[in-house]
Design a protein around this ligand. Structure first.
Ligand code: NAG
Length: 340
């Protein structure tokens, strides 16, 4: 986070380059987008842009999905209006998580623990010039190598603006506490994730465990969910550095109140929503979204069990931390939560 004074200076020096970014946000009413797609309808272009296809709304076979997605967009917009204060100018750094596909005019904001490995694999197929065909043939670690996919943050401002205006912007979200438990299970309960144990586990144990064993302090490989929660709600944690992306809130990773996502997909309806996006991009014959394996999935029941051990005091603190993700994406307060 920038200090306010430094922020102002930064803003002053960059005001020229971000001027267009500001314009983008002022013009981004729904009708603005429509006008734009009408203007970009060039006769030479054989493929219709997915953004046009979405807002022309002529996919009659998809009417139900379309209505659901419109409901989500409207709810998000209303929630942003009532829960965020002043709007600010977007900086390229805010666009770090947006993956660019120039072939199909897509921008995907990736959120870890929401089928993001599979989406990255699919984006590699889509942008790979025929190098890849089957997304599942791409090893998971390969999909996460930096530089395999282009980030919107790497483009100069005019190029950023052009893409923000004319590409289909989409995001996939998930029930916030299911996502959190999924991150905990994946990063702290699997013996192979030694990098996370060393980097985060040792610190969590040092700070949040009374009388830790020397071996636990050294290896950081047996963090309890409870201790992970103490770490998340401790104000020191975010003062020192931003949350790791696996537990950072979608609100902070993808800025859904500043970037107007055209499609808000949900993990809960992943197959349907993913297919819809690929169909909009006319890519549904090029690539199929991989089915998720059910065996290791974190479910709502599992999440409830993890919260059993957490005191109401900490449950409330944790809810407040993730509150925006609940509100913006229409997730209700989980029934197992004891908020009072
Ligand atoms: C929000 O969630 C409620 C309860 O799950 C659901 O009935 C409603 O349709 C959702 N609204 C939108 C716009 O998605």
């Amino acid at each position: 986070m920038m200090k306010p004074k430094v922020g102002r200076m930064f803003l002053a020096t960059c005001v020229g380059s971000f001027f267009i970014l500001i314009l983008y946000f002022q013009n981004n009413s729904r009708s603005g987008t429509m006008q734009l797609s009408a203007r970009t309808r060039l006769p030479s272009k054989t493929r219709r842009s997915p953004l046009q296809t979405l807002y022309d709304g002529d996919q009659t076979d998809q009417a139900a999905v379309q209505a659901t997605l419109q409901g989500r967009r409207e709810l998000l917009e209303a929630a942003c209006r009532s829960h965020t204060r002043k709007r600010r100018v977007l900086t390229p750094e805010d666009l770090r998580h947006l993956v660019v596909d120039d072939e199909h005019s897509l921008l995907y904001c990736y959120v870890p623990k929401v089928a993001c490995t599979n989406w990255k694999r699919v984006m590699m197929v889509l942008t790979g010039d025929g190098r890849y065909h089957d997304p599942m043939a791409i090893p998971a670690n390969e999909a996460h190598v930096a530089g395999r996919l282009r980030s919107l943050a790497d483009y100069p401002p005019p190029e950023i603006n052009r893409r923000l205006r004319s590409y289909l912007k989409f995001i996939f979200v998930r029930e916030p506490f299911e996502r959190l438990v999924s991150a905990y299970r994946n990063k702290f309960t699997r013996s192979y994730n030694t990098a996370f144990h060393k980097r985060y586990g040792t610190r969590i144990i040092r700070r949040h465990r009374a009388d830790p064993q020397p071996e636990a302090l050294e290896r950081g490989n047996d963090v309890a969910f409870e201790e992970f929660v103490y770490y998340l709600v401790d104000p020191r944690t975010q003062r020192e550095e931003p949350f790791n992306e696996h537990w950072e809130r979608v609100h902070s990773l993808c800025h859904p109140c500043l970037i107007h996502y055209d499609v808000v997909g949900k993990y809960e309806t992943l197959a349907q929503d993913a297919h819809y996006v690929l169909k909009l991009a006319s890519a549904d014959r090029e690539v199929q979204f991989p089915a998720i394996s059910k065996s290791t999935r974190t479910t709502g029941d599992m999440t409830a069990k993890f919260f059993n051990n957490i005191s109401p005091f900490y449950q409330r603190k944790l809810y407040n931390l993730y509150r925006m993700d609940f509100l913006l994406f229409n997730y209700s307060v989980p029934a197992y939560l004891k908020l009072r």
